[in-house]
Design a protein around this ligand. Structure first.
Ligand SMILES: C[S@@+](CC[C@H](N)C(=O)[O-])C[C@H]1O[C@@H](n2cnc3c(N)ncnc32)[C@H](O)[C@@H]1O
Length: 269
Protein backbone atom coordinates (compact mmCIF):
# COMPACT_ATOMS: atom_id res chain seq x y z
CA UNK A 1 0.00 0.00 0.00
CA UNK A 2 1.14 3.57 -0.66
CA UNK A 3 1.85 5.79 2.37
CA UNK A 4 -1.56 7.54 2.15
CA UNK A 5 -3.23 4.14 2.20
CA UNK A 6 -1.64 2.96 5.43
CA UNK A 7 -4.29 1.40 7.61
CA UNK A 8 -3.77 2.06 11.32
CA UNK A 9 -4.92 -0.49 13.93
CA UNK A 10 -7.68 1.90 14.93
CA UNK A 11 -8.90 2.29 11.34
CA UNK A 12 -8.78 -1.45 10.80
CA UNK A 13 -10.83 -2.00 13.96
CA UNK A 14 -13.37 0.58 12.85
CA UNK A 15 -13.80 -1.03 9.45
CA UNK A 16 -13.92 -4.59 10.73
CA UNK A 17 -16.46 -3.56 13.45
CA UNK A 18 -18.67 -1.93 10.82
CA UNK A 19 -18.55 -5.03 8.62
CA UNK A 20 -19.22 -7.34 11.58
CA UNK A 21 -22.18 -5.32 12.85
CA UNK A 22 -23.71 -5.01 9.40
CA UNK A 23 -23.36 -8.52 8.01
CA UNK A 24 -21.72 -10.79 10.58
CA UNK A 25 -18.49 -11.29 8.59
CA UNK A 26 -15.70 -11.62 11.11
CA UNK A 27 -12.60 -9.87 9.76
CA UNK A 28 -11.09 -9.20 13.14
CA UNK A 29 -8.55 -11.96 13.48
CA UNK A 30 -5.56 -11.80 11.17
CA UNK A 31 -7.49 -10.44 8.19
CA UNK A 32 -5.69 -7.07 7.90
CA UNK A 33 -3.98 -7.92 4.60
CA UNK A 34 -7.25 -9.05 3.04
CA UNK A 35 -9.10 -5.93 4.23
CA UNK A 36 -6.32 -3.70 2.90
CA UNK A 37 -6.28 -5.38 -0.51
CA UNK A 38 -10.06 -5.15 -0.89
CA UNK A 39 -10.19 -1.57 0.32
CA UNK A 40 -7.48 -0.59 -2.18
CA UNK A 41 -9.58 -1.98 -4.99
CA UNK A 42 -12.56 0.02 -3.78
CA UNK A 43 -10.44 3.19 -3.41
CA UNK A 44 -9.27 2.83 -7.00
CA UNK A 45 -12.83 2.33 -8.21
CA UNK A 46 -14.11 5.53 -6.59
CA UNK A 47 -10.93 7.63 -6.73
CA UNK A 48 -10.32 7.91 -2.98
CA UNK A 49 -6.74 8.61 -1.95
CA UNK A 50 -6.63 7.97 1.78
CA UNK A 51 -8.21 5.77 4.42
CA UNK A 52 -9.11 8.91 6.36
CA UNK A 53 -11.12 10.40 3.47
CA UNK A 54 -12.80 7.04 3.01
CA UNK A 55 -13.87 6.86 6.65
CA UNK A 56 -15.20 10.43 6.37
CA UNK A 57 -17.23 9.35 3.36
CA UNK A 58 -18.65 6.39 5.30
CA UNK A 59 -19.61 8.72 8.18
CA UNK A 60 -21.23 11.25 5.82
CA UNK A 61 -24.86 11.45 4.64
CA UNK A 62 -24.00 9.36 1.58
CA UNK A 63 -22.31 6.85 3.87
CA UNK A 64 -25.01 4.16 3.79
CA UNK A 65 -24.56 3.58 0.09
CA UNK A 66 -20.79 3.35 0.41
CA UNK A 67 -21.04 1.07 3.45
CA UNK A 68 -23.07 -1.36 1.35
CA UNK A 69 -20.50 -1.15 -1.44
CA UNK A 70 -17.71 -1.78 1.04
CA UNK A 71 -19.50 -4.81 2.53
CA UNK A 72 -19.97 -6.12 -0.99
CA UNK A 73 -16.25 -5.62 -1.66
CA UNK A 74 -15.39 -7.54 1.54
CA UNK A 75 -17.37 -10.66 0.60
CA UNK A 76 -15.71 -13.79 -0.77
CA UNK A 77 -17.85 -15.08 -3.61
CA UNK A 78 -16.11 -18.24 -4.79
CA UNK A 79 -18.63 -20.76 -6.09
CA UNK A 80 -19.15 -23.19 -8.97
CA UNK A 81 -21.78 -25.40 -10.59
CA UNK A 82 -22.49 -28.58 -8.58
CA UNK A 83 -19.92 -27.56 -5.96
CA UNK A 84 -19.59 -30.24 -3.25
CA UNK A 85 -21.20 -32.85 -5.47
CA UNK A 86 -22.09 -35.13 -2.50
CA UNK A 87 -24.94 -32.77 -1.63
CA UNK A 88 -26.41 -33.05 -5.12
CA UNK A 89 -26.09 -36.82 -5.00
CA UNK A 90 -27.89 -36.77 -1.64
CA UNK A 91 -30.60 -34.52 -3.06
CA UNK A 92 -31.10 -36.85 -6.00
CA UNK A 93 -31.13 -40.10 -4.02
CA UNK A 94 -32.76 -39.09 -0.73
CA UNK A 95 -34.60 -35.79 -1.00
CA UNK A 96 -36.24 -35.65 -4.43
CA UNK A 97 -37.96 -39.06 -4.04
CA UNK A 98 -39.56 -37.79 -0.79
CA UNK A 99 -41.03 -34.64 -2.33
CA UNK A 100 -44.55 -35.85 -2.89
CA UNK A 101 -46.51 -32.60 -2.65
CA UNK A 102 -47.12 -30.18 -5.51
CA UNK A 103 -45.30 -27.35 -3.78
CA UNK A 104 -41.48 -27.45 -3.67
CA UNK A 105 -39.49 -24.71 -1.98
CA UNK A 106 -35.68 -24.55 -1.72
CA UNK A 107 -33.57 -21.67 -0.46
CA UNK A 108 -30.00 -21.02 -1.53
CA UNK A 109 -29.21 -18.65 1.34
CA UNK A 110 -25.87 -17.27 0.12
CA UNK A 111 -26.10 -17.93 -3.60
CA UNK A 112 -23.24 -15.71 -4.83
CA UNK A 113 -23.41 -15.50 -8.66
CA UNK A 114 -26.12 -18.16 -9.01
CA UNK A 115 -24.28 -21.38 -9.78
CA UNK A 116 -25.72 -23.12 -6.70
CA UNK A 117 -29.44 -22.38 -7.29
CA UNK A 118 -29.12 -23.06 -11.03
CA UNK A 119 -27.45 -26.41 -10.27
CA UNK A 120 -30.44 -27.24 -8.08
CA UNK A 121 -32.88 -26.21 -10.78
CA UNK A 122 -31.05 -28.40 -13.33
CA UNK A 123 -31.10 -31.31 -10.90
CA UNK A 124 -34.87 -30.92 -10.49
CA UNK A 125 -35.38 -30.76 -14.26
CA UNK A 126 -33.22 -33.82 -14.73
CA UNK A 127 -34.73 -36.07 -12.06
CA UNK A 128 -38.27 -34.86 -11.38
CA UNK A 129 -40.20 -35.98 -14.44
CA UNK A 130 -43.31 -33.93 -13.59
CA UNK A 131 -41.39 -30.79 -12.59
CA UNK A 132 -43.49 -28.54 -14.85
CA UNK A 133 -46.71 -29.70 -13.19
CA UNK A 134 -45.39 -28.81 -9.73
CA UNK A 135 -45.20 -25.42 -8.05
CA UNK A 136 -41.41 -25.10 -7.79
CA UNK A 137 -39.47 -22.14 -6.49
CA UNK A 138 -35.80 -21.84 -5.60
CA UNK A 139 -35.22 -18.66 -3.66
CA UNK A 140 -31.64 -17.46 -4.18
CA UNK A 141 -30.41 -14.66 -1.91
CA UNK A 142 -27.14 -12.94 -1.19
CA UNK A 143 -25.88 -9.72 0.38
CA UNK A 144 -23.75 -8.88 -2.67
CA UNK A 145 -25.69 -6.92 -5.30
CA UNK A 146 -22.71 -7.34 -7.61
CA UNK A 147 -23.09 -11.13 -7.47
CA UNK A 148 -26.89 -11.02 -7.74
CA UNK A 149 -26.57 -8.96 -10.89
CA UNK A 150 -24.27 -11.61 -12.35
CA UNK A 151 -26.63 -14.35 -11.26
CA UNK A 152 -29.62 -12.61 -12.80
CA UNK A 153 -27.83 -12.34 -16.14
CA UNK A 154 -27.06 -16.07 -15.81
CA UNK A 155 -24.17 -15.71 -18.24
CA UNK A 156 -21.18 -17.96 -17.56
CA UNK A 157 -17.84 -18.21 -19.35
CA UNK A 158 -17.00 -21.48 -21.10
CA UNK A 159 -14.25 -22.08 -18.56
CA UNK A 160 -16.62 -22.25 -15.63
CA UNK A 161 -18.68 -24.93 -17.40
CA UNK A 162 -15.93 -27.32 -18.33
CA UNK A 163 -16.74 -29.82 -15.56
CA UNK A 164 -20.45 -30.00 -16.36
CA UNK A 165 -21.64 -33.15 -18.14
CA UNK A 166 -21.95 -32.25 -21.83
CA UNK A 167 -25.60 -33.33 -21.82
CA UNK A 168 -26.34 -30.62 -19.21
CA UNK A 169 -24.66 -28.02 -21.37
CA UNK A 170 -26.82 -29.06 -24.31
CA UNK A 171 -30.08 -29.26 -22.38
CA UNK A 172 -29.84 -26.40 -19.92
CA UNK A 173 -27.70 -23.71 -21.55
CA UNK A 174 -27.75 -21.69 -24.74
CA UNK A 175 -24.77 -20.10 -26.45
CA UNK A 176 -24.82 -16.40 -25.61
CA UNK A 177 -25.47 -14.08 -28.52
CA UNK A 178 -24.12 -11.12 -26.54
CA UNK A 179 -20.92 -12.33 -24.89
CA UNK A 180 -18.05 -14.16 -26.51
CA UNK A 181 -17.09 -17.56 -25.07
CA UNK A 182 -20.08 -17.72 -22.77
CA UNK A 183 -23.27 -19.65 -22.25
CA UNK A 184 -26.50 -18.47 -20.71
CA UNK A 185 -28.69 -20.63 -18.50
CA UNK A 186 -31.81 -21.66 -20.42
CA UNK A 187 -35.11 -19.91 -19.65
CA UNK A 188 -36.82 -23.02 -18.27
CA UNK A 189 -34.08 -23.30 -15.63
CA UNK A 190 -33.86 -19.57 -14.89
CA UNK A 191 -37.60 -19.32 -14.35
CA UNK A 192 -37.35 -21.75 -11.42
CA UNK A 193 -34.99 -19.40 -9.54
CA UNK A 194 -35.94 -16.12 -7.90
CA UNK A 195 -32.96 -13.94 -6.99
CA UNK A 196 -33.28 -11.41 -4.19
CA UNK A 197 -31.08 -9.27 -2.02
CA UNK A 198 -31.04 -10.44 1.59
CA UNK A 199 -28.68 -9.89 4.48
CA UNK A 200 -28.73 -13.02 6.63
CA UNK A 201 -28.24 -10.75 9.66
CA UNK A 202 -31.34 -8.70 8.82
CA UNK A 203 -35.02 -9.49 8.61
CA UNK A 204 -36.25 -12.27 6.34
CA UNK A 205 -39.41 -11.07 4.64
CA UNK A 206 -40.30 -14.40 2.99
CA UNK A 207 -42.67 -16.81 4.65
CA UNK A 208 -41.16 -20.20 3.90
CA UNK A 209 -41.28 -22.90 5.00
CA UNK A 210 -38.64 -24.55 2.85
CA UNK A 211 -38.01 -28.21 2.16
CA UNK A 212 -34.26 -27.61 1.89
CA UNK A 213 -32.03 -24.70 2.86
CA UNK A 214 -28.57 -24.53 1.34
CA UNK A 215 -26.33 -22.30 3.47
CA UNK A 216 -22.95 -23.38 2.27
CA UNK A 217 -19.54 -21.78 2.62
CA UNK A 218 -20.72 -18.61 4.31
CA UNK A 219 -20.91 -19.57 7.99
CA UNK A 220 -17.12 -19.99 8.03
CA UNK A 221 -16.96 -16.18 7.82
CA UNK A 222 -19.15 -15.77 10.94
CA UNK A 223 -18.21 -16.21 14.59
CA UNK A 224 -19.83 -18.86 16.75
CA UNK A 225 -22.61 -16.72 18.33
CA UNK A 226 -23.61 -15.52 14.85
CA UNK A 227 -23.63 -19.09 13.50
CA UNK A 228 -25.70 -20.21 16.47
CA UNK A 229 -28.30 -17.53 15.93
CA UNK A 230 -28.46 -18.20 12.19
CA UNK A 231 -28.90 -21.96 12.56
CA UNK A 232 -31.78 -21.40 15.03
CA UNK A 233 -33.45 -19.07 12.53
CA UNK A 234 -33.08 -21.66 9.75
CA UNK A 235 -34.89 -24.17 11.99
CA UNK A 236 -37.95 -21.87 12.02
CA UNK A 237 -37.92 -21.57 8.22
CA UNK A 238 -37.83 -25.32 7.49
CA UNK A 239 -40.71 -27.76 7.04
CA UNK A 240 -40.70 -30.56 9.63
CA UNK A 241 -38.39 -33.16 8.07
CA UNK A 242 -36.70 -30.47 5.97
CA UNK A 243 -32.95 -30.36 5.46
CA UNK A 244 -30.24 -27.83 6.23
CA UNK A 245 -27.12 -28.28 4.11
CA UNK A 246 -23.95 -26.45 5.14
CA UNK A 247 -20.50 -26.41 3.54
CA UNK A 248 -18.41 -29.54 4.07
CA UNK A 249 -15.76 -27.48 5.87
CA UNK A 250 -18.37 -26.04 8.24
CA UNK A 251 -20.49 -28.50 10.28
CA UNK A 252 -22.57 -27.70 13.33
CA UNK A 253 -20.60 -29.66 15.93
CA UNK A 254 -19.43 -26.55 17.81
CA UNK A 255 -22.90 -25.10 18.31
CA UNK A 256 -26.09 -26.09 20.11
CA UNK A 257 -29.01 -26.91 17.82
CA UNK A 258 -32.05 -29.11 17.46
CA UNK A 259 -31.18 -30.66 14.08
CA UNK A 260 -30.58 -34.35 13.59
CA UNK A 261 -27.20 -35.14 12.01
CA UNK A 262 -27.76 -37.10 8.79
CA UNK A 263 -24.32 -37.23 7.17
CA UNK A 264 -21.43 -34.76 6.81
CA UNK A 265 -22.73 -31.21 6.31
CA UNK A 266 -26.33 -32.48 6.17
CA UNK A 267 -28.89 -31.93 8.96
CA UNK A 268 -32.60 -32.65 9.28
CA UNK A 269 -35.36 -30.92 11.22
C1 LIG B 1 -18.14 -18.32 -0.76
S1 LIG B 1 -19.73 -17.77 -1.31
C2 LIG B 1 -20.64 -19.28 -1.24
C3 LIG B 1 -21.53 -19.46 -2.43
C4 LIG B 1 -22.28 -20.81 -2.48
N1 LIG B 1 -23.17 -20.97 -1.36
C5 LIG B 1 -21.30 -21.95 -2.53
O1 LIG B 1 -21.15 -22.70 -1.57
O2 LIG B 1 -20.66 -22.13 -3.60
C6 LIG B 1 -20.30 -16.89 0.15
C7 LIG B 1 -21.41 -15.90 -0.16
O3 LIG B 1 -21.99 -15.45 1.08
C8 LIG B 1 -22.40 -14.12 0.92
N2 LIG B 1 -22.61 -13.49 2.24
C9 LIG B 1 -21.67 -13.13 3.15
N3 LIG B 1 -22.25 -12.57 4.22
C10 LIG B 1 -23.59 -12.58 3.99
C11 LIG B 1 -24.72 -12.12 4.72
N4 LIG B 1 -24.61 -11.56 5.93
N5 LIG B 1 -25.94 -12.27 4.15
C12 LIG B 1 -26.08 -12.85 2.93
N6 LIG B 1 -25.05 -13.29 2.19
C13 LIG B 1 -23.81 -13.16 2.72
C14 LIG B 1 -21.29 -13.49 0.09
O4 LIG B 1 -21.71 -12.34 -0.58
C15 LIG B 1 -20.92 -14.64 -0.86
O5 LIG B 1 -21.53 -14.50 -2.11
Amino acid sequence: MQATHELSDKQFRKISDLVYRHCGINLKDGKEALVKARLMKRFRAIGIDSVESYLELIDSKAGDHELNQMIDAMTTNKTSFFREIEHFKFMREMVLPQLNGRRIRFWSAACSSGEEPYSLAMLLREYLTDVDRRDVLILATDISRRMLEKGSKALYPDDSLKDLPSSYLQKYFVRSRHAACAYQVADNVRSMVRMAHLNLMGSWPMKGPFHVIFCRNVMIYFDRPTQQQLVNRFWEFLEPGGYLLVGHSEGLSAITHKFKYVRPATYRK
